[in-house]
Design a protein around this ligand. Structure first.
Ligand code: HEM
Length: 238
């Protein structure tokens, strides 16, 4: 049916479905990045030279087939586009839900457990506030490791030294623990929601499988990211 013949209501419903699909797909792209980044960070256990080599190879990815840093920038732009689309869809969907609930928020989830008779859902809390914590973390993280403008533990041109010197400081470690827990909770619900948005929640059995899968991936990413900082702080790597 041509778009012009859609009623306003149907056009909104259709665009809500599109926005949910965009959130799901961009979320999955970012999870792919997180899995690769988490696995790459484990090179820190191999030693200084190996980790610095790995960081260097990230910058020379695709060479000599492609000019210097071209593939790296293509990946960066893809990731940035995913972040922008994900946040835009989240804010637009949140605004629509807010208006639809007569600006009371979340009255869809009725429960006898909540004082207001409405579920202060764990998911709405971790997605919204978790999303803000993750955004602040990414800015801090890029200034710390990529831009090198913030350098707790001392500035260095060696990525290995920046990582090890940084995580020997307890508050740097703690800030990463808070961010990684926020990411884990965000992923646990986000993965489940993405699968449901893309039509995978087709039966109670499938629902249980999706839940188990979402929890497993969230735990692997959170624990995998926290292994290097924790071992560095407690003296496993020096
Ligand atoms: C303990 C957890 C983490 C550690 C130790 C870590 C470490 C690093 C390091 C060392 C770099 C710089 C690589 C280089 O340029 O030499 C980096 C870059 C980056 N990290 Fe992380 N990271 C962690 C978690 C995360 C998380 C959870 C995210 C996203 C939510 C993230 C997003 C990025 C991005 C976007 C870059 C820039 C990549 C580029 O150069 O374009 N990191 N990280």
């Amino acid at each position: 049916m041509p778009a012009s013949t859609l009623t306003k209501h149907r056009a909104t419903v259709r665009s809500t479905v599109v926005l949910k699909a965009i959130m799901a797909i961009t979320g999955l792209v970012m999870i792919g990045f997180l899995l690769a980044h988490m696995a790459g960070n484990l090179w820190v256990f191999a030693g200084r030279e190996e980790f610095n080599d790995y960081a260097h190879h990230l910058r020379t990815l695709g060479e000599p087939m492609l000019p210097h840093k071209v593939l790296l920038w293509a990946l960066r732009i893809g990731l940035l586009l995913s972040v922008v689309l994900h946040v835009y869809s989240a804010i637009t969907l949140w605004k629509r839900a807010h208006v639809a609930s007569a600006r009371k928020g979340g009255t869809r989830y009725h429960t006898s457990k909540g004082q207001r008779g409405v579920q202060r859902s764990y998911a709405s809390f971790t997605m919204r506030y978790g999303g803000i914590v993750i955004t602040l973390f990414v800015i801090y993280h890029l200034l710390h490791f990529t831009g090198n403008q913030i350098h707790p533990g001392g500035a260095s041109s060696s990525p290995y030294d920046r990582v090890v010197n940084g995580f020997e400081i307890w508050w740097v470690w703690l800030s990463y623990v808070i961010a990684m827990v926020a990411i884990g909770l965000h992923l646990r619900h986000g993965l489940w929601a993405a699968a449901a948005s893309l039509g995978a929640n087709t039966s109670p059995r499938r629902r249980r499988q999706l839940n188990t899968g979402a929890i497993t991936i969230a735990v692997v990413i959170t624990v995998g990211f926290l292994l290097p900082p924790t071992l560095i702080l407690f003296g496993g790597i020096s």
